[in-house]
Design a protein around this ligand. Sequence first.
Ligand code: 5GP
Length: 171
Amino acid sequence: MLCGPGGVGKGTLARRLESSLPGSHLARSYTTRPRRLGERADAYTFVTEAEFERSREAGAFLEWARFGAYAYGTPRRELSRGDPTILEIAVQGAASVQRLGLASLTIGVVPPSLAELERRMRRRGDDDAHVERRRAIAQREVATMVDLVDHLVVNDRLERAVAEMVALVRG
Ligand code: 5GP
């Protein structure tokens, strides 16, 4: 399981980890957030609030959370496919997955600095209010994460970070 604050680059790292580990698959979350401009269509299963609620009530999610106006959830069926599953989850969700005892390895991704995290969020088009709020949350999340994870990986350079994660998983 990969966790870390929003904007840290978990998504990119998780996809790279999936392609570096043949036979594994990256779990796709549900979200009620609209797709961002230029965002991959398969980044999430994009659903309406009503669809999300129906799935949640049916117990379809391993864990779910709300960030601002939007809901996010990891479908349970992602873990029943029989192959090694990569979960990419926000810090708060990672804590609930760990309580369920479902993660064999938890890697926390941290930004080189909070200033860099802010730059990354702005680059992907998040607005000022969103960036401000998320920066404060990120600060708390990094503090929580330290106690939660087996390893911390600094996402300074993509290739280096991917290589470090692959080594951790293989080890
Ligand atoms: P974003 O809207 O930037 O794609 O994601 C917002 C936050 O939701 C990120 O921190 C992301 O990791 C988190 N997130 C994405 N999918 C899930 C999920 O299934 N469960 C939880 N708890 N958080 C998620």
